[in-house]
Design a protein around this ligand. Structure first.
Ligand SMILES: CC(C)(COP(=O)(O)OP(=O)(O)OC[C@H]1O[C@@H](n2cnc3c(N)ncnc32)[C@H](O)[C@@H]1OP(=O)(O)O)[C@@H](O)C(=O)NCCC(=O)NCCS
Length: 379
């Protein structure tokens, strides 16, 4: 059998959760274009759509939002666990470990029971922002701020970080960023989730595996790299030399290119519009001017190869303007992507098949056992 490195392009599951057309730059969640969802929906409603397969009725929506609002608190034992992590721990490591610990407090019931799926989805969507915001405070030596039931999902997230109430327009922009990151077909973290799901492990273990996969720099960490690059360049006038130098040295420009999209990533276009809206509220940022120049110069060289800005190019500038530290960007991604992972988990275990791929063995056979005192080679 032929080995396909990284299983590139090999279907791992059937799915109705989302669809990408990389040539036309189309992304749909459950058949609805993301442009439609960003315009008309919000993150919690979109999460419901992804996980349960249809837009909720008014009653279903209100119950879902209400249930999430009332499950945002963390048990004091969870907070105590987090307080014992090293201050320098990466927010994604904290998130993965804490989600894994959460599972011990909400023991597994019948893994195929729809009510249990609902309960797990509510707990995970509700508590991940609280974990992320609490770590932001704990690592700075501050007590975590309890969620406020009067505040909506995104306003409450910023409140738990800063004890401040953000402008409704700012909360709305952030909420739309979450919609854009909620799902993206089969990828490393979704696949990791499905592999663990296929063993019928509990959903907290499944999601903690997905979080581990997302934490790697080749997956969730690219927007951190974009911001670092834009800050390193510093001035729009320095862009051309910087980019052309990088390309001459065969280095990658972060935030450009995608395995699937060979045109503009539709999420990048919307994120730029959201960034422009944020600039109207918060004022100019030099990083946007640098980014526009990076886009112009990079496209001059790479558009002919089908390399365009991806989802990570503008999201980092938005998060930075919202006061989110760079090392928390991937946790924000996770806060959104939990909905996509839950949707795939629920869909996959319905017609579960334990993953058991094969391998191409390249080792030796029938070697003798050499006693320790006679072994000469090391390593
Ligand atoms: C995402 C990514 C891995 C997809 O790559 P891919 O579709 O598998 O394409 P390949 O790695 O095979 O590269 C194809 C060609 O495009 C070039 N290329 C791809 N992305 C590039 C980038 N960001 N900057 C410069 N050149 C790039 C490669 O050097 C290669 O050139 P060559 O044909 O002359 O050797 C790649 O575009 C990348 O590393 N981007 C930067 C990191 C990033 O933003 N990641 C977030 C993705 S959402």
């Amino acid at each position: 059998m032929e080995l396909i490195p990284g299983l590139a392009g090999v279907p791992a599951a059937k799915s109705k959760v989302s669809f990408v057309d990389g040539k036309k730059g189309i992304l749909e969640y459950r058949g609805i274009k993301i442009e439609e969802l960003v315009k008309n929906s919000n993150f919690l409603e979109t999460s419901y759509l992804l996980i349960f397969g249809h837009l909720p009725t008014k009653k279903e929506y209100e119950k879902f939002v209400d249930d999430i609002t009332h499950h945002r608190r963390l048990k004091f034992r969870i907070i105590d666990v987090m307080k014992n992590f090293p201050e320098k721990a990466h927010p994604m490591d904290v998130l993965q470990s804490t989600v894994s610990a959460l599972g011990m407090f909400y023991p597994s019931k019948d893994i195929l029971d729809e009510e249990y799926h609902y309960e797990a989805a509510v707990h995970l969507i509700a508590k991940i922002p609280t974990i992320a915001a609490s770590w932001f405070r704990i690592r700075n030596g501050d007590e975590p701020v309890k969620p406020d039931d009067k505040l909506d999902f995104t306003t409450n997230f910023f409140y738990m970080m800063t004890e401040q109430i953000v402008e409704p327009e700012v909360a709305r922009i952030f909420d739309k960023c979450l919609i854009l990151h909620a799902e993206h077909t089969m990828n490393a973290s979704t696949f990791a989730a499905l592999v663990v799901a296929s063993t019928l492990a509990d959903p907290y273990t499944v999601m903690s595996s997905a979080l581990g996969a997302l934490s790697g720099p080749l997956h969730g960490g690219a927007n951190e790299e974009v911001i670092k690059m834009l800050m390193e360049i510093g001035e729009p006038e320095k862009v051309r030399d910087y980019i052309e130098n990088k390309l001459k040295n065969k280095e990658r420009i972060m935030g450009f290119g995608h395995r699937v999209y060979k045109t503009y990533d539709p999420r990048a276009k919307i994120l730029e519009q959201l960034l422009q809206e944020l600039i109207k509220i918060k004022g100019e940022t030099k990083l946007y001017k640098v980014a526009k120049e990076v886009e112009k110069v990079t496209l001059e060289h790479l558009a002919k190869k089908g390399i365009y800005p991806n989802v990570d190019f503008y999201s980092g500038i938005i998060y930075q303007m919202l006061g989110i530290p760079v090392d928390m960007f991937t946790s924000i991604f996770a806060m959104a992507r939990i909905s996509g992972w839950l949707a795939h988990w629920k869909e996959y275990i319905k017609e579960n098949k334990l993953f058991r791929p094969s391998q191409v063995y390249e080792g030796e056979h029938n070697l003798p056992y050499i006693p320790l005192e006679k072994r000469e080679k090391t390593g």
